[in-house]
Design a protein around this ligand. Structure first.
Ligand SMILES: Nc1nc2c(ncn2[C@@H]2O[C@H](COP(=O)(O)OP(=O)(O)OP(=O)(O)O)[C@@H](O)[C@H]2O)c(=O)[nH]1
Ligand SMILES: [Mg+2]
Length: 467
């Protein structure tokens, strides 16, 4: 799978900037750059320089034509195996003009170096065992991360915490597998190599660890993609007023007319390093208006997407009967969506004389009184939302963020449970062994110890060129 030709790509964005970096990786990278580089110190040869050194000089079309230099550059040398890809590598830092970038690239291509495909540098690093697959995937995530939380998640994965947990589990499982296979080889002698009690308790521990990792995916995935906070409630309770204030933009129309918002509108906010998508929705009510009904249907869909629901009501129109209705509605939403956090918010406290929310407060997990119009009490809501996720993040040592890992963990858990069951029912050893082998296989897919070409292609095609 590893091409042995030498590749080049622009590692920085194309277009003007202060500096651009051109990366070259492969056997002939140093010797090729040698043919277009003249050091400021006459007679200095790149081929004779040690790894991890930087050299100032000029890029020229022909090494003998010193007068027509294209740019003054810095050239960094990384010799195999001490480089990102594990191959000989050179990075040329040139001035960031589109013309210079293209000229240097074309010069190198004329010298027999080819343009890299997306993710090819990292792919080579993976094939040369500089990193495993989960670390390579985390690099793609790191480049895309736009907030502190998703940055932390991808960086933790690059450092290899998921890798080392999976490798450790796999090694122990492999030991048991080998012993069980040995027993099968000696089946006529009826000997036991793998202690059943130890295997039993290991499978139990493994189950717990896998369940924990699987569970962490919901959090990891929502942090990577941004957490959906959907504002719902009857018409005219102040949803759009709250929404506009939170996202610091007048995105939604506000009016005293019921049914003003007809479509759901999204706005972004980063709170304590976590990315949130806030969604303003059409107020929920029975209506004959076709467009408004479509809006209400859309609100119902947005509720499904949400991790957090802000249920708003008008405190100035509150009475005990209304409170009963609210409690009932929250209960229904909660039963349908047990994992979503629901924050109940009494708005328009500035004009409300009704202060007795005791019944309601005691029935719901989170209760706030605010005035969206006067911006009172909103900070406390935002603080509560971000705290919900920061605490969850702190609870977990490792958080799974990739769908591919999540699927592999689920398949692996299924096999571990089957192995456990087979063992407790005293089903013949060879069946236990088959399930353990399958569990090993699925765990191996995460780190890339077991892969197929299609999976690799898919993973690396998501990278940008130059990474
Ligand atoms: N006094 C007072 N009025 C408010 C407050 N929040 C919103 N309003 C007013 O209530 C009316 C409705 O506000 P919106 O934000 O449009 O309400 P909505 O829930 O988005 O309404 P729909 O889009 O129709 O579902 C407007 O006249 C707002 O100015 C508040 O805290 N206090
Ligand atoms: Mg509205």
């Amino acid at each position: 799978m590893l091409d042995d030709d030498t590749i080049v790509a622009l590692a920085t964005p194309s277009g003007s900037s202060a500096i651009s970096v051109i990366r070259i990786s492969g056997e002939i990278s140093i010797s090729t750059v040698e043919t277009i580089f003249i050091s400021v110190h006459s007679g200095k040869k790149l081929e004779n320089q040690s790894t991890h050194t930087i050299h100032l000089g000029y890029i020229v079309d022909h090494i003998d034509d010193r007068r027509n230099s294209l740019d003054q550059v810095l050239v960094s040398i990384f010799r195999s195996p001490f480089s990102y890809t594990g191959e000989n590598m050179i990075e040329i830092s040139c001035h960031g003009s589109y013309y210079i970038q293209q000229q240097i690239l074309q010069l190198l291509i004329r010298k027999g170096i080819r343009l890299a495909r997306p993710g090819e540098f990292t792919f080579r690093a993976f094939l040369n065992k500089k990193m495993d697959l989960s670390q390579a995937e985390a690099i793609a995530d790191l480049i895309l991360s736009d907030n502190q939380a998703s940055h932390e998640l991808s960086f933790q994965q690059i450092k290899g915490s998921l890798t080392s947990t999976i490798k450790d589990l796999r090694k122990k499982l492999l030991d048991f597998y080998s012993l069980l296979e040995l027993e099968l080889d000696f089946s006529e002698e009826n000997v036991i190599f793998a202690k059943r009690s130890e295997l039993f308790s290991f499978l139990k521990d493994l189950e717990e660890i896998l369940k924990d990792l699987i569970e962490s995916f919901a959090l990891g995935n929502s942090i990577k993609k941004g957490i959906y906070v959907v504002i719902i409630g009857e018409p005219n309770v102040g949803k759009s007023t709250l929404f506009n204030y939170v996202i610091k933009e007048n995105r939604s129309i506000i009016s005293h007319i019921e049914g003003t918002t007809r479509d759901s509108i999204e706005g972004e906010l980063i709170l304590n390093g976590i990315h949130f998508h806030f969604v303003d929705t059409a107020g929920i009510r029975d209506t004959k208006d076709t467009i408004e009904r479509m809006g209400v249907r859309k609100t119902m869909e947005k509720i499904q997407e949400a991790q957090v629901l802000l249920y708003l009501f008008d405190a100035s129109k509150n009475d005990r009967k209304k409170q009963k209705k609210i409690i009932k509605e929250i209960q229904i939403i909660h039963e349908k969506n047990p994992l979503k956090k629901i924050l109940v918010i009494a708005n328009k406290s500035d004009i409300s004389s009704f202060k007795d929310f005791y019944n309601l407060k005691s029935k719901v997990a989170y209760f706030f009184e605010i005035s969206a119009k006067n911006h009172h009490g909103i900070k406390r809501i935002l603080y509560t939302i971000s705290k919900l996720f920061i605490e969850k993040l702190k609870e977990k040592n490792i958080i799974v963020t990739q769908n591919r890992h999540y699927e592999a963990l689920k398949q692996s858990l299924k096999e571990v449970l089957l192995a456990h069951e087979a063992l407790s029912k005293r089903i013949p050893e060879d069946l236990v062994s088959i399930h353990i082998k399958e569990a090993l296989h699925h765990l191996g897919k995460i780190t890339g110890e077991i892969t197929n070409e299609e999976v690799l292609k898919n993973i690396f095609s998501k990278f940008c060129i130059g990474k």
